[in-house]
Write a protein that binds this ligand. Structure first.
Ligand code: SAH
Length: 264
């Protein structure tokens, strides 16, 4: 039984581990890991190499085989014992991370905690591709989303609806449904020529990048045998500089024609 007094509380930190590369954790996150007495890490996605900075006597637990109740009990007991606990999550801990339910459970027990951001796999994927996701004249909006699967998605956030904006999309947790993703996107502002990139295990030594268009990406992903651990990035921002240059010159021409003298 966990006492509910908040006296002698240790500290609980949810820390973003980053996308994989052990150097892509924040300096603060690394320091907290170095100081931690107890670390509960997302075993299936967090790179073990990140844990090499932990003290020899710290307790390292993979959450892969733990239930929510087990995780909360471990964090709360550590806090009650005045220890420093880190819950190490993949990428950034504030999305697709079950942070909400863990935070709510700790709140019920009166266990305070802090959250330390991390480098999301969406941003590691864009960096791997060397792409700006907000190319001027092309897109100024990034949508982080997922395709509906076993986890339902609210009606107003269906991929086909989000696709109506033509923004740059970072699609998580959906690579196994790539054909469905393509079909939904084509109901919106995207077409067969829209550039798509899939990054498998961004920032890991075995990272793979697959680039194409909505027409051929599903076949390419299937051929590469990628069924998990991959980010799908979609939108004209993912196109080549030549394509985007051409587009912005077109826009420039119209603009100078209407509003100002053409400059030589
Ligand atoms: N909060 C995490 C996402 C966790 S959900 C973040 O900010 O990155 C897990 C999903 O993230 C995977 O299904 C995959 O879509 C994506 N993902 C996680 N790590 C990845 C990586 N290194 N490369 C590509 N995609 C990754």
């Amino acid at each position: 039984m966990i006492p509910t007094s908040s006296k002698n509380q240790g500290s609980v930190y949810f820390v973003g581990a980053g996308p994989g590369d052990p150097e892509l954790i924040t300096v603060k996150g690394r320091r907290l890991l170095m100081d931690a007495d107890v670390v509960v890490y997302a075993g299936s996605l967090v790179n073990d190499a990140i844990l090499s900075v932990c003290r020899k006597d710290s307790v390292l637990l993979s959450s892969a085989g733990m239930s929510l109740a087990d995780i909360i009990k471990t964090l709360a007991e550590a806090s009650r014992a005045g220890k420093r606990a880190v819950r190490l999550q993949t990428g950034d801990p504030t999305f697709y991370s079950a942070l909400a339910e863990q935070a709510a459970a700790l709140d019920v027990l009166n266990v305070s905690f802090e959250v330390v951001p991390g480098v999301s796999s969406a941003f590691a994927s864009a960096a791997a591709l060397k792409k700006e996701l907000t190319v001027p004249e092309v897109s100024q909006t990034i949508i982080l989303t997922r395709m509906e699967g076993r986890t339902p998605v609210p009606e107003g956030e269906k991929l086909s609806l989000l696709a109506s904006h033509g923004a740059t999309l970072c699609i998580f947790l959906s690579i196994s449904m790539i054909e469905g993703v393509v079909a939904e996107l084509k109901k919106g502002a995207y077409d067969d020529n829209t550039p798509v990139a899939v990054v498998y295990r961004a920032s890991w030594p075995d990272e793979e990048q697959i680039t194409g268009t909505l027409k051929d990406i599903a076949a390419k992903v299937e051929e590469a045998g990628i069924t998990k651990h991959a980010m799908i990035l979609v939108g004209d921002s993912l196109g080549t500089m030549e394509e985007n240059d051409a587009r912005s010159k077109l826009y420039d021409a119209g603009f100078s024609h209407e509003f100002r003298e053409k400059q030589s």
